[in-house]
Design a protein around this ligand. Structure first.
Ligand SMILES: [Zn+2]
Length: 121
């Protein structure tokens, strides 16, 4: 018995099961959906990309750093532990904002480092 399988694919936009000829190579959206005006507009606005390993590490460090910065105001009254957590928080946050090229926040973090770093010594 010979099995004939017509390759089909489900469009991720209209969720209809369509023949492969209705799709462009390696595309998940059918041609009809792809050429709708709104879809085209969104395609031009959104750039799809994956995070590089460095960006991932920087992201996680950034979350840790913001945790440190968040708890610092409450720890400052306890033997100035808050200053140490401020400085470590700023150090951990800098890679994320540096990789993301958010220079204003880089400046804020450096300012935090200088301000609370001088308070430490
Ligand atoms: Zn479709």
């Amino acid at each position: 018995m010979k099995m004939t399988t017509i390759e089909r694919r489900i469009c991720n936009k209209c969720h209809q099961n369509k023949k492969l000829s209705k799709f462009r190579d390696n595309k998940m959206t059918c041609l009809k959906c792809e050429y709708r005006f709104s879809q085209r507009l969104m395609r031009t606005l959104v750039k799809q990309r994956r995070l590089s390993p460095i960006e991932r590490i920087a992201n996680r460090l950034g979350y840790m750093g913001s945790g440190f910065i968040m708890m610092s105001p409450y720890l400052i009254t306890y033997d100035n532990i808050g200053y140490i957590t401020y400085v470590t928080g700023a150090l951990l946050s800098i890679p994320q904002v540096w990789v993301g090229k958010q220079w204003n926040i880089v400046i804020v973090n450096i300012n935090l480092l200088i301000g609370y770093g001088t308070r430490l010594f």
